[in-house]
Ligand binder design. Sequence first.
Ligand SMILES: C[S@@+](CC[C@H](N)C(=O)[O-])C[C@H]1O[C@@H](n2cnc3c(N)ncnc32)[C@H](O)[C@@H]1O
Length: 396
Amino acid sequence: MKIDILTLFPNMFNGFKEESIIKRAIKDKKVKINTVNFREFASNKHKKVDDTPYGGGSGMVLMCQPIFDAVDSIKTKKSKIILLTPQGKTFNQKKAYELSKEEHLIFICGHYEGFDERIKSICDEEISIGDFVLTGGELPAMVICDSIVRLIPGVIDDESSKYESFNDGLLDYPSYTKPRNYKGMQVPDVLLTGNHEKINNWRKEKRLKVTSEKRPDLLKNKVKIDKTGIKENKNKICVDDIKNIKVTEVRPVRRTGIYKILKNDDIKAITILNPNLIYGYKLRGKNSSNSINKILIVKKEFITKIAMKNVRKKIDILNYRFNLVLSSEEDDEGTSRVLGEAEMLKQMIINTYANFLGEKNLDKIIKNINYLINEFVKAKTFQNQFFSKPKQERRR
Ligand SMILES: C[S@@+](CC[C@H](N)C(=O)[O-])C[C@H]1O[C@@H](n2cnc3c(N)ncnc32)[C@H](O)[C@@H]1O
């Protein structure tokens, strides 16, 4: 691969080309990195490359002529010309892979206020390295070249780039080295087992976990699954074998967590397990064939929110029932019935919702119900003391 960098500051690239992996790649003839000072192409007497903007405004603008001529002097049919600009498409690993397959790249580094807009007409692409403004395009050119060169086959060990962050839409797994115990912090046992299958599974799990925690946006893309198993999309989210169950689509909702889908033959349902959680959701197909077409995978917080909402509704109903008993002239039977309902509600919440609510919320809810029970008992006792007598007298 050949890379030409059009810049007004070629010296900035000396250190870049003379260290570490880039230096070795150049030495091994995997890449040729060449800087072109486009000032040398300026046709005016003073080698001026910029001028004031038409219409007024601050700063100087790079002129067309030196850049057009510099590009003309080096470009071939196989060249890809890239303009470095904060307005370009944000660079990422996918683009790095794409560019690493090109034969000849030409990067144009801007400076000052930017370029004459017409320079864009000779470029194939505009690339930005992020939503911030740098003084010039030299650092972006180095950033991009570095990420590209290490992907050229043979530049680094192919195995080591295979599982790197972003390669398959996931972040890298955690790594450890000697010693096994550092200041009380242990290396996970699984890494010491020598069992490669176990280690690989652990790493796979960790990649999903780390990605869902740090970059849930990377998991947003659709994962397609058919009855024969998994049709992995580019994110390659690994899902356990779900043969025989027609799951045609898994659509993670915004800010999704990580998950596994498990088949359950007995109930013809599948369970989605979010490894962050210790529980899953069982789904049954609503249609006659009992197939599931769409699954929404949601984060634990969302499930907690829904569980809280459901539980609150049930507590509101209980409260209403308490008030009904108090406001009507119901006898002791009504009182013990509603108190029984309150106890059942507590049990039901503990049995059904505990996992979804979390310990703190569960504790709060049980206290809340106990408080309502106490208030009801107090009110009922008061009522009995002051109002039940006349009732009895009336009856007599
Ligand atoms: C000071 S910047 C010009 C910024 C321009 N006036 C704007 O607001 O979009 C000068 C040059 O630095 C380079 N540059 C600055 N930030 C960059 C970024 N985030 N990505 C790529 N190139 C950048 C570009 O080549 C740009 O022409």
